[in-house]
Design a protein around this ligand. Structure first.
Ligand SMILES: [Cu+2]
Length: 108
């Protein structure tokens, strides 16, 4: 699974490179996410890190047209970074936990 995540990161970084871009961390820990709302700008990076040592599964995915990924099988220690490339709002869901929804609001 780790190799698949790294390969996906490679393609996601072909987005626009904005100056002074921020990064926003989502840490998966103790059965939950560290944030459920992210305010970002185009060119910012979202960094998802799996640090959960419980049995909770975090198979995060997003189906937004401009921000699509599926991290099914993510394991402790894995991480996935991607750039937000389009303005708008999308939600990162978790296949394993219906209540886990992280809203990302992207402005120009
Ligand atoms: Cu989860």
């Amino acid at each position: 699974m780790r190799a698949i995540i790294i390969a996906a990161v490679g393609t996601m970084f072909v987005g626009s490179a904005a100056l002074a871009a921020d990064s926003h961390k989502i840490v998966l820990e103790a059965g939950k996410a560290s944030v459920y709302n992210i305010e970002a700008h185009v060119g910012d990076t979202i960094e998802i890190t799996h640090e959960d040592e419980t049995d909770a599964k975090h198979d995060l995915y997003a189906t937004d047209e401009a921000h699509t990924f599926d991290l099914t099988g993510m394991q402790h220690g894995d991480h996935y970074d991607f750039k937000v490339v389009e303005p708008g709002t999308f939600v990162i869901h978790c296949h394993a936990m219906e209540e886990m929804k992280i809203t990302v609001n992207v402005q120009e």
